[in-house]
Write a protein that binds this ligand. Sequence first.
Ligand code: ZN
Length: 397
Amino acid sequence: MATPQAAAAPTGKLVIRDIGLLLSGDLRQPILDADAILCDGGRILAVGRLKDLDVGGARTVVSAKGTAVAPGLIDSHVHPVFGDWTPRQQQMNWIDSYLNGGVTTMISAGEVHLPGRPKDVIGVKALAITAQRAFDAFRPGGVKVLAGAPVIEKGMVESDFKELAQAGVKLLGEVGLGGVKTGEEAKAMVGWARKYGIQSTIHTGGPSIPGSGLIDKDVVLEADADVIGHINGGHTALPLDQIRALCEQCARSIEIVHNGNEAAALYALRTARELNQLERVILGTDSPAGSGVQPLGILRMIAMLSALGEVPAELAFCFATGNTARQRKLDSGIIEPGRAADFVIMDRAQHTAGKDLLDSVRKGDIPGVSMVIIDGQVRVGRSRNTPPAETVAEVMG
Ligand SMILES: [Zn+2]
């Protein structure tokens, strides 16, 4: 188990060299012509050729040994509770396990699995503020867990959202998981949240567990949350004509999750491509949930969408990095100066049929992760969860 980290550990200069393939996370230019990255204080300072960078005085030098470097993966949809524990399937250290799947940032869609979760307004607010504080101060394995995502309940008024925002809450949990289930009610609260800088997401599709309800396309469109949460269902998807309507009739993020319907996932992807709006596609696991903890869920989504959705692998990686960062207003997810120094180093898995990393992903295989770096610090070496990478990155000094 990796050591839990406080939020802002200071870091010295980091150099990543011998990069064979640099995936930018940016759909417009997914592959960069560079073999080295220079970072300091947890931020990217420069990207280019090693010979052109000022790498003197580095505290840490990592050789990627000719393998691939990408921005750390972002899971746009998780349900954390407290620390590195989930009561949903009674597991410890699940976040650390996702770190081993290349995930460096997670976004809470609501701390809904807390046993006895409060549903009265003051309780909802208290839980959200507590979760925001707790995950801000405690990062399992170094993973950035953006949490404190209240699930809206009947009776909340504008001043509640103002108060939440002033207390540091920046997200709403999935609209529809609480008592507010009509478009009209949700629309007002989503609007108040937006007014105070709180981003929102909505449950889309059939009920997730007994006791929850259907949210169809009319409710999603009327509520107008920032993210069409699990457009492919979590678990049960809407009919395909409704998925098409959601893609066509609004400009919000199209979130595809591991925990949903895979046929619907591919349909949403193809619809976004037809509309020439792949920049709206973001990925999540929607875990932990009934289908469990999915440490490799984001990598599996990238491989599935690339192989079956016929998307070049270098673009599929953008769905889980730069797209999510842009839609979620994060300072990570793209390899460029000024961004957070969050990286995953990978190679093709041993014995894949793919001739290189991108070809292996395009054929549906997941890569082997050999190192994950967050805020300029090496957090794990060879992943305990992915298949072994053919060539492994090394810390040189
Ligand atoms: Zn949901």
